[in-house]
Design a protein around this ligand. Structure first.
Ligand code: NDP
Length: 283
């Protein structure tokens, strides 16, 4: 492998210890940082995510309040809970684990969270603030990608960046963050006519698609920084893999993130960062 490996696990540990320091400082001033975590139903993957998030809170010294509700919970009950948490002075962040059961309107719930407690940065107010370049809460995964790039010393200003994927939680905020950092940004998606041609222009590629190893070496310019957001299961081995074909791409690019151990750990670290920042802002 000729590329420099970006170690997301180590950078996430660094961020988590920075957060821990800030949380301790707040505590010394008599102010505890609190995250409310809501899980509806018994989806096993969601249960694992929630467990990891609560564990990360514990490590950072953040108090977590856990609300585990049955799958049959009515939408109105969930809205009441969000409203109650919005009004509580001791709650800094509110996280609703997705996906919600089909009978609940996800949008209605996410939009009910007070923007100043929206730790995931999904509320339209925060999305809007990001798009006009004003400070707000930024979605954790793209925020984590920016930290990976910056802490690795990857130059962004003036560079060509291609984001593959345009979801509201990864692709779009990612493109806005790169734009704010003065990259020239292209957003590619499933209707992009010639993805290879678009990607080969890029100094920075962020792949957020959800298709195992679709970005191969022939998509990548020599020396580019390649950030792999994808989390997929390999159909043959059952092992985790990204959207980037690590083996071939790492021989050609300049920087690369592994899966696992790249963007994944950064997402939870940035969740802790966001929660602590919300507490600092409300103080
Ligand atoms: P979505 O399914 O919401 O979006 C996928 C995007 O990829 C869409 O914009 C889609 O285009 C585009 N796409 C699909 N097929 C192609 C193709 N052949 N060529 C180009 N673009 C294509 O996914 P998410 O954004 O939520 O997640 C993307 C990946 O990142 C997943 O693997 C997910 O598991 C992972 N993820 C990882 C996180 C982490 O912490 N590391 C956090 C969040 C997600 P179109 O809009 O046209 O349909």
């Amino acid at each position: 492998m000729s590329a420099k490996l970006i170690d997301g696990k180590a950078m996430a540990a660094e961020i988590r210890s920075e957060v821990r320091r800030d949380v301790e400082r707040l505590k010394a001033e008599g102010r505890e940082v609190t995250l409310a975590v809501i899980l509806v139903g018994d989806d096993p993957a969601s249960a694992v995510y929630v467990r990891n998030k609560k564990k990360a809170c514990e490590d950072a010294g953040i108090r977590s309040l856990s609300y585990e509700l049955p799958a049959a919970t009515e939408e109105v009950k969930l809205l009441e809970l969000v409203e109650e948490l919005n009004g509580r002075a001791d709650v800094d962040g509110i996280l609703v684990q997705l996906p919600l059961p089909a009978h609940i309107d996800e949008k209605k719930i996410l939009w009910a969270i007070a923007p100043e407690k929206d730790v995931d940065g999904f509320h339209p107010v925060n999305v809007g603030l990001l798009s006009i370049g004003e400070p707000g809460v930024v979605s954790c995964t793209p925020a984590g990608v920016m930290e990976l790039l910056k802490r690795s010393g990857v130059e962004i200003a003036g560079k060509e960046a291609v984001v593959v994927g345009r979801s509201n939680i990864v692709g779009k905020p990612m493109a806005n963050l790169l734009l704010a950092a003065n990259a020239t940004v292209t957003v590619a998606h499933s209707k992009t006519a010639d993805l290879g041609e678009v990607c080969r222009r890029a100094d920075i590629i962020v792949a957020a698609v959800g298709r195992p190893r679709m970005i191969t070496a022939d998509f990548v310019k020599e020396g580019a920084a390649v950030i792999d957001v994808g989390i997929n299961r390999d159909a043959d081995t059952g092992k985790l893999c990204g959207d980037v074909d690590f083996e071939s791409v790492s021989e050609k690019c300049g920087y690369i993130t592994p899966v696992p151990g790249g963007v994944g750990p950064m997402t939870i670290a940035m969740l802790m960062r966001n929660c602590c920042d919300l507490a600092i802002k409300r103080k």
